[in-house]
Design a protein around this ligand. Structure first.
Ligand SMILES: Cc1cc2nc3c(=O)[nH]c(=O)nc-3n(C[C@H](O)[C@H](O)[C@H](O)COP(=O)(O)OP(=O)(O)OC[C@H]3O[C@@H](n4cnc5c(N)ncnc54)[C@H](O)[C@@H]3O)c2cc1C
Length: 228
């Protein structure tokens, strides 16, 4: 086994079998969006009821820029195939651990159960009565074989940047993600949707809880509008 595995930091929310999401920093909040929207009129809070109505009005009418003044910074650990979907969200900042610089740990996502291929939505999966015990054995054996090849290549002097080529996309990676509330709502809409892959959905659900705790009025208004 390579190096020391990075444990979930204090306050992190566990996601999947070995992943996590941790809010590292946060700036802003519901009132920041209210104040940003009202700065054009030179006024700030007008009491909870009117402030909440303003937030709903802004979201309903596409006046999203006041939400850009609230910023979340997360530390995330997730499988490579999840991060590939995540990083398609361009309106955010990313810094990821480098497998050129550090040796990859033997940490890979092992699903609790296997879903079957959806034949209608060709991108999706459905619950299926599959032989989970046998499939887990096969899946894990493939991972073990590739990790052992990785170590053999390193031992033979191959550079980390080349040896990693034998590792599967279930390998866990880590990154810092800084994203404003507007972009985060877009991410949550897309990645909590039932069409998103279940694994990234689990991360989106964990992040939605953090959003709800930090910007409860905005979250409630957003949910209400989505439910219409
Ligand atoms: C269920 C699902 C399936 C998907 N399947 C595929 C797939 O098969 N193949 C694939 O390649 N991708 C796929 N994607 C990724 C998807 O196409 C988006 O790239 C991803 O969801 C990021 O969304 P976004 O562009 O809204 O986010 P961001 O990149 O964060 O952008 C936020 C918003 O900024 C604006 N914006 C950002 N960049 C530009 C730009 N260059 N020009 C104009 N406006 C911009 C847009 O309004 C955009 O909505 C899938 C996504 C989901 C949720």
């Amino acid at each position: 086994m390579a190096g020391t595995k990075i444990q979930a930091p204090e306050g992190a929310v566990t996601v999947l079998d070995k992943g996590f999401v941790k809010l590292v920093d946060f700036m802003g909040g519901d009132m920041r969006a209210v104040e940003s929207a009202r700065v054009s009129f030179g006024s700030v809070s007008k009491g909870e009821e009117r402030d909440r109505k303003l937030l709903e009005y802004l979201l309903e009418h596409g006046h999203f820029s006041p939400f850009e003044h609230s910023v979340f910074q997360f530390h995330v650990k997730c499988p490579i195939f999840v991060v590939r979907q995540w990083m398609r969200h361009r309106i955010a900042s990313y810094n990821e651990i480098s497998a050129r610089y550090t040796e990859v740990h033997d940490e890979f996502y092992i699903p609790e159960e296997f879903r079957a291929q959806d034949t209608i939505n060709r991108q999706g999966s459905v619950e299926g009565k599959l032989d989970d015990a046998r499939l887990t054995e096969e899946y894990s054996a493939a991972i073990e074989a590739s990790y052992s090849a990785y170590q053999a290549l390193l031992k033979a002097g191959v550079a980390r940047e080349m040896a990693r080529g034998v590792l599967p996309v279930s390998q866990y990676t880590q990154f810092y993600w800084t994203v404003n509330a507007r972009s985060l709502l877009n991410f949550l809409d897309l990645r909590m949707d039932k069409h998103a892959q279940l694994e990234i959905r689990r991360y989106a659900e964990a992040i939605a809880e953090i959003f709800r705790a930090k910007m409860p009025w905005t979250w409630a208004a957003h949910r209400r509008l989505n439910a219409k």
